[in-house]
Design a protein around this ligand. Structure first.
Ligand code: FAD
Ligand code: UDP
Length: 378
């Protein structure tokens, strides 16, 4: 069989592109993935108790991109869900992103009220201030508050997650979780938020369920595709691996998850508790909280402790690009390699673009690539 497209990676980028090409262009697509399952890092499965486990850490869908929400909603109904996260700080569990509710939990009322007034007068109610911006404040009270939040929420967590301090990374990393000058305890404020009713894997089943799409798992690009004939290649794995590391390795962070189950109705108050200052793990996810019906039904629960570590090719999987100027320089060298291919290979996704994308961004980019680079060349 001669395929029109070979797509490396059955994650979100690869699966969305496969669906578009098969459905809209009626072309034959072979999707390969070296893992034993599709779905990339969004993969989930039901355990023996029927609890839906996110194998690669907590995945909450959130977007303000209407086009992306509409696209994905063709493949799933939604469980309405607002993600609320607590951080263990000084023996308390306080809402993160740090907001006015957190403020009143960690300081005496009169002092919290004074800080609230200064925050609102300085920035306005309802605004969001990245911690590294708050730290620049010339106001001594705000500077004290910024130091408190920096030390208790960001420093330890960021060192564990990245092995760098917040200021050593691109500021966009800690800006993902800005201080919210509001009473909104939700982790995200996007217009559309939720969890797929039947889980993420069910979305992938639907994306890939097309007579024009063939899926081969446990199949590694380069070593396992010798006899496969195809016209065009789409690559969604790590960009440095595609070019055999000619410009050196691009650093990625990897993760290790420790799963534990308990004969308890529930282990913690919410689905995610962050541990900035204690223990070696960054956060604990309790999966039961994601779906309302799972809380009442079963007297068992499962948690995952998440540990961050350096990615070593061949030994563990890459999960996070590391946004730092020196890594951007290496990435640009790989972009030059891409240019030399004159468009014969299409690169897409979080590992190939070396960008700290959320799921909605990956879908957005894949849809754009389809419209601009694939549909137009037919
Ligand atoms: P991937 O999912 O990494 O898929 C790439 C696939 O390519 C993999 O399956 C891999 O096995 C395969 N592959 C790579 N190289 C080869 C090769 N040589 N041969 C064959 N196959 C290969 N986003 C959100 O929006 N909300 C969240 O709450 C959220 N939480 C997250 C939590 C964690 C812990 C992590 C790590 C990510 C989270 N994300 C979240 C981000 C989300 O996982 C990604 O944006 C998305 O999964 C990226 O999709 P992708 O297809 O680009 O990459
Ligand atoms: N962060 C932190 N403390 C927290 C939550 C987040 O320091 O309690 C910082 C940390 O650097 C983290 C980044 O903000 O890597 C982004 O957090 P997010 O929750 O978006 O990480 P992800 O879910 O992508 O792992």
């Amino acid at each position: 069989m001669n395929y029109d497209y070979l797509i490396v990676g059955a994650g979100l980028a690869g699966s969305v592109l496969a669906e578009r090409i098969a459905n809209q262009l009626n072309k034959k697509v072979l999707v390969i993935d070296k893992r034993e399952h599709f779905g990339g890092n969004c993969y989930d499965y039901k355990d023996v108790n029927g609890i839906l486990i996110h194998k690669y850490g907590p995945h909450i869908f959130h977007t303000s991109n209407h086009k992306v929400w509409e696209y994905l909603s063709q493949f799933t109904d939604w469980e309405l869900y607002f993600h609320k996260v607590l951080a263990a700080v000084e023996g308390l569990k306080i809402p993160v992103p740090f907001n006015l509710n957190s403020l009143y939990m960690v300081f005496p009322n009169h002092y919290a009220s004074k800080l609230e007034e200064i925050l609102i007068n300085t920035y306005g109610f309802g605004t969001k201030i990245p911690i590294l911006k708050l730290k620049d404040s010339q106001n001594s009270e705000l500077s004290y508050l910024a130091d408190y939040i920096y030390k208790n929420i960001f420093l330890g967590y960021t060192l564990k997650q990245w092995e760098f301090k917040p200021e050593e990374l691109d500021h966009s990393v800690t800006s993902r979780i800005p201080v919210n000058i509001s009473r909104d305890d939700r982790y995200f404020q996007d217009i559309y938020q939720g969890l797929p009713k039947e889980g993420y894997s069910s979305i992938f089943e639907k994306l890939l369920n097309h007579p024009n799409i063939e899926l081969r798992l446990n199949t590694e690009f380069k070593s396992d595709i010798n006899n496969i004939k195809f016209n065009k290649l789409i690559f969604t794995g790590p960009i440095d691996s595609f070019f055999d590391y000619v410009h050196g390795q691009l650093p990625y962070r990897s993760l290790r998850f420790e799963l534990e189950s308990f004969n308890l109705e529930s282990f913690q108050e919410v689905s995610q508790v962050n541990y900035p200052n204690n223990y070696d793990f960054t956060r604990i996810t309790e999966f039961k909280h994601f779906y309302r019906n799972q809380i009442k039904d079963i007297s068992k629960t499962v948690i995952a402790k998440e540990f961050s570590l350096a990615h070593i090719p061949g030994q563990n999987d890459p999960y996070y690009p590391i946004p730092k100027p020196e890594n951007e320089i290496i990435f640009k060298q790989y972009l030059n390699e891409i240019d030399k291919l004159n468009g014969s290979v299409i690169f897409a996704g979080r590992l190939a673009d070396y960008k700290y994308y959320n799921m909605d961004q990956v879908i957005g980019v894949a849809l754009q690539i389809f419209d601009k680079k694939i549909a137009t060349t037919i």
